[in-house]
Design a protein around this ligand. Structure first.
Ligand code: G4P
Length: 526
């Protein structure tokens, strides 16, 4: 296969959803359809969403499992599909945002009973920031959900995206009979009441074909005809380019747990989803077809065994061919590194690979060289953009409980925050350390890992902050004045970028009014 063919057959994406919508089930069904796993239940345990904040065993289990499910690759038809896993627990949302920097498109799962939920909204905002193409899968049609048109309206209004259904449900809940494929004009129907197997596929050339009435009954047939009429009247036909630009989302209906509507989704996905896309760097655009290798680290995973400090850094390949044992340039550290055991993840099997192509994600054993966002190249000096930190939502002061272990604490905090478990800020005025996270669970994880991996004890003390905002200004004096005026509320992030610790929305507004030349950013990249 040529290099270009290797690139064009790759589909690297993530499935995103509000917890419980069916992300794990859908992932598993895609792997089943792709022949990557033989039985259901294999991916199931990858979740701690029901864990309480002190459920360390579950957290540890999640850490262990999520290495093997971080990337699930399989071949389907002529395509190589790479599914990047995102954590089920919303306290790990930041992890999800970063994973989204490494994909080329997403499939968003929505529960037809619950419709658009808070996490759906947040995740879609991140996709919109990057114009990531989104396919929507409306799940759980075997439950008494909302009317399909109402759901589409809700998605359009709430998520501010345009949609185009490509399949359509026949009935819902108890009366769910199957789905109509609007493109292929075929019906996939359930067998009996079990709703577990597809009875057969009926292909028709005309929606008025009386065979439909025979199979699903007159009233459902009439309803389907009316719905299809309305769909054609209301929604434009799918323009692939608009989908690729992130302006319109194709929609599929189905039931993941019952294998329903999945094949339609997968078949269409591999056809229309983008192959590896161009990536922005501080030195211009990098194309996947550039012969020189480049890639970036978007996730770092600690070794489960605390006696071994090595970690796995996940690298997304953006251009060229990655080769085992070849020296590559670590841009931030300005040093050359080579990797003797780069790992690929086919389904749930890990294996050492000799080469990998754009779109692939590989695991690199790391003894502490990498931070999230690091770029590796074949010699050039540039950094990939688009892997920002977002303002945390919860903040706490770190208090060292064991002065004999100050160094260990420092090292532990540095390394854990390199992994992206949380963000670390140092206050300008007194040097106090502040840890910021998206969820309360993180503090428990950090405290636990500091003790078990670094033998350091720390407590996390309440700090009521509204947001941490990165600050900049075209006018250096304005920024200096601001930092002096608000010095007790200024801190530095790990890159030494100044951050304003705003205690409330009102205080932020006051600061903005008083210092109009200072810009406040909710993410570290601006
Ligand atoms: P998540 O990863 O998005 O959090 O969701 P997950 O796949 O774990 O699914 C959440 C629950 O929804 C699971 O039930 C799952 O079986 C169920 N589910 C998924 N797809 C469908 C569907 O099409 N129809 C119906 N009715 N349910 C569906 P659970 O009770 O939490 O777990 P389990 O005991 O079934 O494993």
């Amino acid at each position: 296969m040529t290099f270009t063919e290797e690139i064009n057959r790759r589909r690297t994406f993530a499935i995103i959803a509000h917890p419980d919508a069916g992300k794990t089930t859908l992932t598993e069904k895609l792997l089943l359809f792709g022949g990557a796993i033989q039985s259901a239940g294999a991916v199931k345990s990858n979740k701690i969403k029901k864990a309480t904040t002190s459920d360390f065993m579950e957290i540890e289990k999640q850490r262990g499992i999520s290495v093997s499910t971080s990337v699930m690759a399989f071949d389907y038809k002529n395509y190589k599909v790479n599914i990047l896993d995102t954590p089920g627990h919303e306290d790990f949302a930041e992890d999800t945002y970063r994973t989204l920097s490494a994909v080329d498109s997403v499939i968003m799962v929505i529960d037809c009973v619950k419709g658009v939920e808070p996490q759906t909204r947040k995740l879609l905002e991140v996709c919109r920031m990057r114009n990531t193409p989104v396919i929507v899968f409306i799940n759980k049609l075997d439950r008494e959900g909302q009317n399909a048109f109402d759901l589409l309206d809700e998605i359009e209004k709430e998520l501010k995206i345009k949609v185009r259904p490509l399949t359509w449900p026949i009935g819902i809940g108890k009366s769910f009979k199957g789905v109509y494929n609007l493109t292929e004009k075929s019906l996939n129907l359930f067998q009996g009441d079990s709703k577990t197997t597809v009875e057969d596929t009926l292909t028709i050339s005309d929606i008025n074909d009386k065979q439909i009435d025979k199979r699903i009954g007159e009233s459902f047939a009439e309803q389907l005809r009316a719905d299809v009429d309305l769909i054609d009247g209301v929604y434009d036909t799918l323009d692939r380019q608009k989908y690729l630009d992130g302006h319109i989302s194709p929609v599929f209906f189905g039931s993941a747990v019952n294998n329903f509507g999945i094949k339609e989704l997968l078949d269409c996905f591999v056809e229309i989803a983008p192959p590896p896309i161009d990536r922005e760097t501080d030195e211009g655009i990098v194309k996947p077809s550039d012969p020189k290798f480049s890639g970036f680290i978007f996730k770092i995973h600690a070794n489960l065994d605390p006696k071994h400090r090595d970690r796995i850094a996940f690298l997304r390949i953006c251009s060229g061919t990655f080769e085992r044992n070849k020296y590559y340039h670590h841009v931030r550290d300005d040093k050359e590194l080579r990797f003797s055991n780069p790992t690929a993840f086919m389904a749930q099997q890990k294996s050492v690979i000799d080469e990998a192509f754009p779109g692939d994600v590989i695991g690199l054993y790391d003894a502490g060289n990498f931070k999230i966002g690091d770029t590796l190249t074949e010699g050039k000096n540039f950094h990939f953009k688009g892997i920002p930190s977002f303002s945390p939502e919860l903040f706490r002061y770190v208090t060292n409980l064991d002065p004999m272990k100050t160094k260990q604490l420092q090292k532990g905090l540095e390394q854990l925050t390199d992994e992206g478990v949380a963000q670390l800020f140092t206050k300008k005025a007194d040097g106090r350390k502040v840890v910021g996270t998206v969820g309360a669970l993180q503090f428990e994880v950090i405290q636990h890992r500091l003790k078990s991996e670094y033998n350091a004890s720390a407590s996390f003390d309440q700090l009521n902050l509204y947001k941490a905002l990165w600050i900049s200004s075209d006018d250096k004096k304005s920024l200096d004045d601001f930092m002096l005026d608000r010095s007790s509320h200024v801190a530095y992030d790990k890159e030494n970028k100044p951050v304003f610790l705003a205690e409330s929305a009102w205080l932020l507004q006051m600061a903005q009014e008083k210092f109009p030349k200072v810009k406040f950013h909710l993410k570290s990249e601006f």
